[in-house]
Design a protein. Sequence first.
Lengths: 200, 200
Amino acid sequence: MKPIELPVLGARHERSDAARNRQKILAAAERLFMRDGVSCTSMDAIATEAGVGKGTLFRRFGDRASLALALLQASDSAFQEAFIRGPAPLGPGAGPCERLIAFGEGLLGHIAAHGEILLAAQTASGPGRRFDAGPYSAYRAHVRMLIEQANARLDADYLADVLLSCLCAELVMHQMRAQGMSVSRLQAGWEQLVKGVLAC
Amino acid sequence: MKPIELPVLGARHERSDAARNRQKILAAAERLFMRDGVSCTSMDAIATEAGVGKGTLFRRFGDRASLALALLQASDSAFQEAFIRGPAPLGPGAGPCERLIAFGEGLLGHIAAHGEILLAAQTASGPGRRFDAGPYSAYRAHVRMLIEQANARLDADYLADVLLSCLCAELVMHQMRAQGMSVSRLQAGWEQLVKGVLAC
DNA sequence: CGCCTAAACGGACCTCAGTCCGGTTGCCTG
DNA sequence: CAGGCAACCGGACTGAGGTCCGTTTAGGCG
């Protein structure tokens, strides 16, 4: 994969043709993901559909996972905004235990809504890539903080990764598809899990 | 991937050339994994090292993940034997909570010992493959049983997957390598986690 | 011992993610 | 408007996982 240097906002201007192509690519990807399913859509197909060369596609997005992530950027930013500055119980104002439960319920809903694309985003190329890229570190910091607030004697660093691993797309999709668990059941399970772990 | 029809024991005889080649392949894979690292070893290289055609390799093992799994079969069977019929606290004789703690500690040790290969084994090709193949279902059944024994009011089906997701190779490798957590810290965290969830 | 067939063999081939690099173009400066 | 250059474009190329299918062989049987 390339050294990557995504559209840092400070970087002068994004050239107009580049911006146009980025939009074309995102639109094409969304269209094909809808039409054929995420896992059946190749990067070649997206490039062709967008009327763009393959090199251009990879220049703008680095790899398949990052493209998927870019498609979810809007809804993901909204979610982050909600749990950082939004109303309780997700945002500040509620107790940490309550917030953590709401966080998981929100994330489960997010996965239920955008499962296929999230799967592509989290199915990293190299092992461990999924922990470096995307919104993972923001989620992790948030969960870590809530754990610490709830019970300072816990190993928050450990538990943050552990609790998030119960909310990863691959697992949740498997629980929903293969095991037939409903979103509400997963949410109820998450609530019990959090209460047990935080002892609240 | 092929329809797959692995060495069912009932299948008459395994032809001698097939058995010989299987051994050659396993030996070659182990050698190259040791020498160059798992992630830097291609299937082509293994076939060449084994003095065997690529088709033969894939005929015997289906895919990369299954080959990795086959390499770990011995130590994995030993582990399964230990938690099913071995001495307490891993095997029967101890209480479910204690056994579950011991199970996680054992699995964490297993991962620490064979991390790279387990990573290849669990990094499925298709999404969710890791839940279908390998020892996952045996682990799952065991964990599910212990949860149920410990506290019948819990959603054992949900929690089995959830607890196992904290012991998957990708996560644990990340915690050890990127976050610098020691095995004993992970084991201590696991113990706290289990106690919290099972309320024991 | 020779035949026959199911099973195994092996390498050419396919697809697809990701890279490279020679040619092109937007945009800033004078 | 002209020139220069950094950024961008695109498609040929690489490497790896996985498949196909014509050829070979083990080993049971007469």
